[in-house]
Design a protein around this ligand. Structure first.
Ligand code: GLY
Length: 393
């Protein structure tokens, strides 16, 4: 009788404590120590704050970009994440410098990427320091971004033109909505909130196939009508470009967090199912650059897509008790792979980027099997999210 009682008690304890008490498979402290060392080298090799680390050129030299490039916020954002983990002010100072370096983009009305540029930098900076100086650049930037929304089309325009599409929208654009929602909350400007919801709803309606995979680009016409569905960075118009699926997963997970509208959660879970159960997903869970790339298994992997999946799933698992374990363990496997020598650089190598093996734009023969600054950013973000499962009560 006593034995039975002890057994039941132990079972209940295991059930209650659940997986959150298991030991981490990835050593987050070790990975941040590595990231900090690597990024010390990146800072030393980048004294000019108008030259933003992006990748490696085919000849092996560093590839830098200007502040108007969609990736200019990721380096500053990664510095904020290193500050968040280490608490060391030298990272706060460096992050502040690389944040201010993108400030002029708050007036840029020619891009939809202001979320990446301004929210990864000023957004993380404000979250961590509550420095009021960081608010205005975001509110100004959100207004600039909102100029790309035309109510007759019901979506934010990504590019000014793509081939014959005069109002193109790419799935990546979901990533700018968090920035708009932040600005809406912090300015009482409900129009920014309404734009984000309208864009997310039309994207949900028009960008997805019945299996929850996403087209890369949808061209619109007046009256919220779809003109064409195609790809730019994927293998073909009907393929599932790996990073695009990541932007979609991350975007709808975030939309659920911000609105609690169950349709966004259903969408995020559908996308997660598409990615996790795909027959072309390799064992180490780092996808090929496109799920339908023509020469699988002889195709490049995209570590950036893996990092985005991991970060998104580590958030999604908080909203889905029935799939929590599944999402968590999938994300953990990705982080384990990315932290292994297969994907992680050697100290001082890889032009000081943390991760190797991403693909930027294969059809344009650009950034194939290279480091990419945003792979590092989402990897660090995922490590922080992973760490919270073991440190937060
Ligand atoms: N937003 C562009 C990309 O994901 O490559």
């Amino acid at each position: 009788m006593k034995l039975k009682f002890i057994l039941v008690f132990c079972l209940l304890l295991v059930f209650k404590v659940g997986f959150s008490q298991k030991k981490p498979v990835v050593d987050v402290k070790k990975e941040f120590a590595f990231a900090a060392k690597q990024y010390e080298g990146m800072l030393l090799s980048h004294p000019d704050v108008t030259k933003f680390p992006q990748s490696t050129k085919p000849d092996g030299s560093p590839d830098n970009r200007v502040s108007g490039w969609w990736c200019s916020g990721f380096f500053g954002g990664s510095l904020w994440y290193i500050y968040e983990f280490t608490g060391d002010n030298k990272w706060k100072n460096a992050a502040n410098i690389w944040t201010k370096a993108v400030e002029k983009e708050k007036y840029n009305k020619g891009t939809h990427d202001l979320g990446f540029i301004l929210y990864c930098t000023f957004g993380n900076g404000y979250r961590l320091t509550k420095n009021k100086e960081y608010i205005e650049p975001m509110l100004t930037g959100a207004k600039s971004l909102a100029t790309r929304f035309n109510p007759a089309y019901g979506v934010i325009k990504s590019w000014n033109q793509f081939q014959d599409c005069k109002y193109p929208v790419i799935i990546d654009n979901m990533m700018n909505l968090e920035f708009l929602l932040w600005a809406a909350k912090n300015s009482n400007d409900t129009s920014l909130y309404n734009i984000a919801i309208k864009h997310a709803d039309n994207t949900l309606k028009n960008h997805f196939r019945p299996d929850f995979s996403s087209y890369h680009l949808v061209g619109y016409e007046e009256g919220e009508k779809v003109y064409s569905k195609r790809t730019v960075q994927g293998a073909n118009d009907s393929s599932a470009w790996a990073r695009g699926q990541g932007w979609a997963l991350y975007g709808y997970t975030m939309m659920y967090r911000e609105t609690k509208d169950p349709k966004y959660l259903r969408q995020a879970e559908g996308i997660a199912g598409f990615i996790m159960n795909h027959p072309n997903l390799p064992k180490d869970k780092i996808p090929y650059w496109d799920f339908n790339a023509p020469n699988i298994p002889n195709e490049e992997r995209d570590a950036s897509a893996g990092a985005i999946y991991a970060s998104a799933l580590l958030e999604l698992c908080n909203y889905s008790p029935e799939n929590k374990k599944k999402y968590f363990s999938f994300a953990e496997q990705i982080l384990k792979s990315l932290s292994s020598p297969e994907y992680k650089a050697q100290l001082g190598k890889n032009n000081y980027f943390i991760l190797k093996h991403s693909v930027g734009h294969k059809p344009a023969k650009s950034e194939i099997n290279t480091p990419l600054v945003y792979a590092d950013y989402y990897y660090l973000e995922a490590l922080l999210r992973y760490n919270r499962f073991f440190t937060q009560k």
